[in-house]
Design a protein around this ligand. Structure first.
Ligand SMILES: [Zn+2]
Length: 71
């Protein structure tokens, strides 16, 4: 059975981010819609049983905290 893989996309430059639920359809985001910089996009695959928190502060920058989802 086909399961779309989620992916989290983050712009390292302006910190625009999006969680993309189907990786195969994310070609629309080959560059950042805010600063239109394609070089600065990072993407992180998200496992189906994984959750994460996204945090941004000027002092610490971008923080991603991946966790196993509890049942
Ligand atoms: Zn950007």
């Amino acid at each position: 059975m086909y399961k779309p893989q989620s992916v989290f996309v983050l712009c390292d430059k302006c910190h625009w981010c999006v969680t993309w639920l189907d990786k195969t359809k994310m070609s629309a985001y080959d560059k950042c819609p805010q600063c239109t910089d394609s070089e600065m996009l990072s993407s992180f695959p998200i496992l189906p049983d994984e959750s994460f928190t996204f945090d941004y502060s000027k002092k610490k920058g971008v923080e991603l905290d991946f966790k196993r989802r509890k049942k």
